[in-house]
Design a protein. Structure first.
Length: 127
């Protein structure tokens, strides 16, 4: 099992460098397409946390890679929100609202837990 972790400043400028490091790690575990999908899902989550979640504390990211799956755990201390079980694609004219849909489409499983101390989003990609 391979592990990766990162503590991300809650700023848009910090997301891309962290995502690149994450992808480098992923490419040691999985093929390029899976790495790209997981990277995009992580970027969408982090963008949403910074823009919509108004995260003020660092965002903690942990990932585990095994022969059968990649599990990405994102913890934040924002107020959180009601994560939809199934995400619908917004109207074509809407210029936002596709992030959660993309995350669900790219991952095999998505679990969100809103807590008093922190929120946790667990993304699983079966291989």
């Amino acid at each position: 099992m391979q592990l990766w972790s990162c503590e991300l400043r809650p700023e848009l400028e910090a997301i891309r460098p962290a995502a690149l490091r994450f992808r480098e790690w992923l490419e040691q575990c999985v093929d390029r397409r899976v790495a790209e999908d997981c990277e995009l899902a992580l970027v969408e989550v982090c963008n949403n946390l910074v823009i919509h979640g108004h995260a003020r504390e660092p965002i903690c990211i942990q990932a585990e890679g095994s022969g059968s799956e990649i599990v990405i755990i994102i913890r934040d201390s924002s107020e959180g929100f009601d994560w939809p079980e199934k995400a619908a694609l917004p109207d074509a004219e809407t210029d936002h609202g596709r992030g959660i849909f993309l995350i669900h489409a790219l991952m095999s499983e998505v679990q969100y837990e809103r807590g008093k101390e922190f929120n946790e989003l667990r993304l699983t990609r079966k291989l």
